[in-house]
Ligand binder design. Structure first.
Ligand code: GDP
Length: 483
């Protein structure tokens, strides 16, 4: 860590004519230059990034590390209802069909590949076909991380709305880079600058204003600037160094599954590592089987599918669930055993979730803090999803909470938004080990039981003082005083 602020370093880079826009990482030469300027020794680290990613995603094995090759990015489109997600997806898909002359409308399989021209080359990327953050959150709550980049669509005539904020929270909590599409710029009353202001005040600073979030003004309806948007997405992808080892058995995630009249169980896989081949034996969740046929996103039969491809798989004995991981194994016997073991594991998980093991609650936080105090250590972080009745409450509660002494606990707000508590909030809280605070809002019965099942604590308040007081007690480790 340098004892120099980020702003100062940015300032220094500017004086050298370098504008690190949209780039969160500096290349080696830049780092060396900065270190020289501030008289800091440069330690050349081993290229750990891929290994770190490997550990984080658990998709790579040690053996893969020297066989990695570039793979296309997988992209999800999110945003508030009516802001133009479907129109954008349709435009991208349509332009792709005419471009590749694939001909005819094909049955959607949940994802499709698009070729984007960048610097005279055509680079592939894959779009997930279910827009909206609900699907994203539900997948994440199941432990799946498929998306590499999130495009968040904001209508220029409407601005940042509750579901925009939710989408941003989901992407941020998952650590997925965001590209903003400011849509409907063709419309009367469109005000892209206002959107940029709103986004910057919610923590997303546009590249054009010296921040690191790319924002592209488009009209999804007319297709204006959609090319620029895709190119920007590809640039962000490049910085991520997305890679996989195509020369191994496939692993990945189920993104869609269902029962077909004549084909039986039909599942769409995103291959995240390795290459899936016809004839392979796969296990996914509690389902398994031999891959009888593979279809790509144009509906054509294929023999194999490499990293980042979406393929429809026929041959499973059962219908898996979106978010289930899949892997190729050597024999059907092994597959059956693994599927059965997985079924047992899931039952145990359900039971222990019911028992509340590891549930994050204000009480568990309080006892962790008091135990930490006894041991003379520990700084805890409490992740919070906050839903309130009106915008004004957000700042009031936030300010009151942030002035509480944070010696033992740091508060981290994943989402602060208006509106009822939803299953999507529960997914966010579950995947990020957060609690949900509601102020003057309700949680519908169905959401409450959903949260119960997932062991997510929802605390509802009508009086600000009570909310703050509970939080204070928990943060000071005063367990008994809560509940
Ligand atoms: P979604 O709910 O986010 O999927 O939004 P839709 O794609 O269904 O779009 C909602 C409405 O906005 C539709 O009537 C679209 O035709 C319209 N719309 C979407 N993009 C644009 C745009 O760029 N310009 C204009 N004028 N209308 C758009």
């Amino acid at each position: 860590n340098l004892a120099v602020s980020e702003g100062e370093i940015l300032g220094f880079l500017y004086t050298k004519g370098i504008r690190p826009d949209g780039i969160q990482t500096l290349d080696k030469d830049m780092v060396k230059m900065v270190c020289r300027e501030y008289d800091v020794e440069v330690l050349e680290a081993a290229p750990v990034k891929v290994e770190e990613m490997a550990r984080k995603n658990e998709i790579f094995d040690e053996d893969d590390l020297d066989k990695l090759e570039d793979r296309p990015p997988v992209i999800t489109i999110m945003g508030h209802v009516d802001h133009g997600k479907t129109t954008l997806l349709d435009y991208i898909r349509k332009s792709k069909v005419t471009a590749s002359e694939a001909g005819g409308i094909t049955q959607g399989i949940g994802a499709y590949k698009v070729l984007v021209p960048v610097d005279g080359k055509l680079l592939p990327c894959v779009f997930l076909d279910t827009p909206g953050h609900e699907a994203f959150g539900a997948m994440r709550a199941r432990g799946a991380r498929v998306t590499d980049i999130a495009i968040i669509v904001v209508a220029a005539d409407d601005g940042v709305r509750p579901q925009t904020a939710e989408a941003i929270a989901h992407a941020k909590a998952a650590g997925v880079p965001i590209v903003i599409a400011i849509n409907k710029v063709d419309k009367e009353g469109a005000n892209p600058d206002r959107v940029m202001e709103e986004l910057s005040s919610s923590g997303l600073m546009p590249v054009d204003w010296g921040g690191d979030v790319p924002m592209v003004k488009i009209s999804a309806l007319k297709g204006e600037n959609v090319g620029d948007l895709l190119e920007t997405v590809m640039l962000v992808a490049e910085l991520q160094e997305l890679r996989a080892n195509p020369h191994r058995n496939a692993k990945g995630t189920v993104i869609e599954a269902g029962l077909h009249k004549s084909k039986g169980s039909v599942a769409t896989f995103i291959v995240q590592n390795g290459t899936l081949k016809r004839g392979d034996v796969v296990v996914c969740g509690e389902a398994y089987g031999k891959v009888r046929a593979l279809f790509d996103d144009t509906g054509s039969r294929v023999d194999e599918a490499g990293p980042s491809s979406a393929v429809q798989v026929i041959g499973l004995n059962n219908v898996p669930i979106a978010g289930d991981p899949f892997e190729v194994v050597d024999t059907l016997d092994i597959a059956r055993e693994k599927a059965e073991a997985r079924a047992v594991e899931l039952r145990v998980e359900r039971i222990s979730a019911k028992a509340g093991d590891g549930k994050v609650t204000l009480s568990s936080l309080a006892s962790a803090v008091s135990a930490g105090k006894l041991a003379g250590l520990d700084l805890h972080t409490l992740n919070i999803v906050m839903k309130v009745d009106v915008q004004g409450s957000i700042e009031a509660i936030r300010q009151a909470l942030l002035v509480l002494p944070q010696d033992n606990v740091t508060l981290r707000f994943l989402l602060q938004a208006t509106g009822e508590i939803s299953t999507s909030d529960v997914d966010l809280a579950f995947a990020s080990k957060a609690i949900i605070l509601g102020f003057n809002v309700k949680a519908p019965g169905s959401v409450e039981s959903y949260a119960d099942n997932k062991c997510v604590e929802i605390r509802l308040y009508r009086v600000i003082y009570e909310l703050i007081d509970d939080m204070r007690k928990a943060m000071e480790g005063l367990l008994d005083l809560i509940e």
